[in-house]
Design a protein. Structure first.
Length: 238
C-alpha cells in the first residue's frame, strides 16, 4: 500500500537570518558537499527562534521536528534527497566551545523530557543505550544526530554568526551509507575542509571506529537513567 507523500516546506528566503544562513552554506569556502546539495534542491528547512536556552522554544521546536521526521518517513526509500532541519537562534553570539556545548545539551535534554511527557516512544531501529553501536538521539519518534554551529566554533565550517542546531535524520544517512553515497560525500567534504582550514573534518564516525567508541564513552556521564526509565541527557557536555 502506497503511503501518502508529505511535502517538506521550502526555506523561507524572506527570513533575514535564514537568508544569511543559506548564503553561509552557499559560500564557496563552506566544505560540506551534502549541505550544498541540499541547498541546491531546496531541502534545507530553517526556522528562527529566540535565544538558545529559552524554554519557550521547546514545544515549537519539538513539533517542527515531529513534522519533519514524519515527512522523511513518508518518503521512505523513494526519497533520495538529503534534507536538514535547522533551528536558528537569536543568540547568544559570544559563545566559546564549552559554553555552547553546555547550552546545546541542555536544549536536547529539555526536548527529551518534553518527549517523555508527551508519551512518545523511542524511535524504531535505533538504541537508547550509548554503548550500543545503534545508539541515536530520538525526538518526536525519529532518530536524529545534531550538528551545532556558533560564532566561537574552532572549526571554520561550524562558525556561523548566530547559534544554530542542524538536525539530520539518522535514517537518511543509513540509506546513504547503504547505497554508497555517504563515503563519497564524506571524502569530498574532508578534502574541501582540509583545503580550507588545514584540519581534517571528523565527519560522522562509523559505529565500529575508535572515534565512535570514544564518543559513546564520553556520553556516559551525561546520559543516565531518568525517573521515567528512559535515558536522560544532562547538561554540561564538554
Amino acid at each position: 500500500m502506497t503511503r501518502p507523500q508529505r511535502s517538506i516546506p521550502a526555506p523561507r528566503a524572506d527570513d533575514t537570518i535564514t537568508a544569511r544562513f543559506l548564503a553561509f552554506i552557499d559560500d564557496p569556502a563552506f566544505p560540506c558537499v551534502g549541505s550544498k546539495a541540499a541547498l541546491a534542491r531546496g531541502a534545507i528547512e530553517a526556522h528562527g527562534f529566540s535565544r538558545l536556552g529559552d524554554r519557550g522554544n521547546d514545544a515549537r521546536l519539538l513539533d517542527i521536528l515531529g513534522r519533519f521526521g514524519a515527512a522523511i518517513d513518508a518518503e521512505g526509500g523513494a526519497g533520495s534527497t538529503v534534507r536538514s532541519c535547522v533551528a536558528l537562534f537569536e543568540g547568544p553570539c559570544d559563545t566559546d566551545e564549552r559554553r555552547f556545548e553546555a547550552m546545546l545539551w541542555s536544549q536536547l535534554q529539555r526536548l527529551h523530557e518534553l518527549d517523555v511527557q508527551r508519551g512518545q516512544p523511542w524511535a524504531d531501529g535505533v538504541s537508547r543505550d550509548p554503548d550500543d553501536p545503534r545508539f541515536s538521539l530520538s525526538l518526536a519518534g525519529h532518530p536524529y544526530f545534531v550538528i551545532g554551529l556558533h560564532p566561537g566554533a574552532s572549526r571554520i565550517a561550524r562558525r556561523f554568526e548566530a547559534s544554530a542546531l542542524v538536525f539530520n535524520s539518522h535514517r537518511q544517512f543509513d540509506r546513504l551509507r547503504a547505497d554508497g553515497r555517504y563515503a563519497k560525500m564524506q571524502a569530498a567534504t574532508r578534502a574541501r575542509d582540509m583545503a580550507s582550514s588545514a584540519s581534517r573534518a571528523p565527519g560522522r564516525p562509523r559505529a565500529t571506529s575508535p572515534a565512535w567508541a570514544a564518543m559513546r564513552k564520553a556520553m556516559r556521564p551525561w546520559w543516565t537513567s531518568s525517573a521515567s526509565g528512559r535515558p536522560r541527557c544532562s547538561a554540561g557536555v564538554t
